[in-house]
Design a binder for this molecule. Structure first.
Ligand code: FMN
Length: 148
């Protein structure tokens, strides 16, 4: 049994729904999963006590990657999260019409690596609320669990 934290930023509920799809798979596999909305989370020692931290957000820019506000505010202080040596994976909701489809995945992965975390799964990029993507979510959680 591993302790896993899922932190998400979501404006209309899509990334939140994906967070819960991930939660359900990880919990079913026997792990202790905590889900936190970035709006209510604080960066200080966020990762402490967890075996893995999964972070996800939507994007709202046009030409640039602009992560969802609550998540962006929290992630500005990523250096306080104690991610060094931590197993991390990213996920996002997005729309393929945009240049940077699920661009938050790239930002989260780059920063996590910079801070010395180990990115343990390819980022999960889903359209809308992730409904109908059961296989993708299963593959994502299986990759993470292989590293725990
Ligand atoms: C002005 C605007 C900009 C957007 N920019 C992006 C983007 O750069 N990349 C992307 O994948 N989706 C983009 N989207 C789509 C949203 O991220 C998408 O609707 C997402 O599912 C919202 O998730 P949330 O409810 O968790 O916030 C944009 C939507 C709007 C209205």
């Amino acid at each position: 049994m591993s302790k896993i934290l899922i932190v998400f930023g979501s404006a209309t509920g899509n990334t939140e729904n994906i967070a819960h799809l991930i939660e359900a798979k990880l919990a079913k596999a026997g792990n202790e999963v905590t889900v936190q909305n970035a709006a209510a989370a604080t960066a200080d020692h966020l990762a402490d006590g967890y075996d893995a931290v999964l972070m996800g957000a939507s994007c709202w820019g046009d030409d640039e990657i602009e992560m969802q506000d609550d998540f962006a505010t929290l992630f500005e202080q990523a250096d306080k999260m104690d991610l060094k040596g931590k197993k991390v994976a990213a996920f996002a909701s997005g729309d393929r019409e945009y240049v940077h489809f699920c661009g938050a995945v790239d930002v989260i992965e780059a920063k996590a690596k910079e801070l010395g975390a180990e990115v343990v799964a390819e980022g999960l990029r889903l359209e809308g609320d992730g409904g109908g993507n059961d296989e993708e979510v299963s593959n994502y959680t299986a990759s993470i669990l292989q590293h725990l």
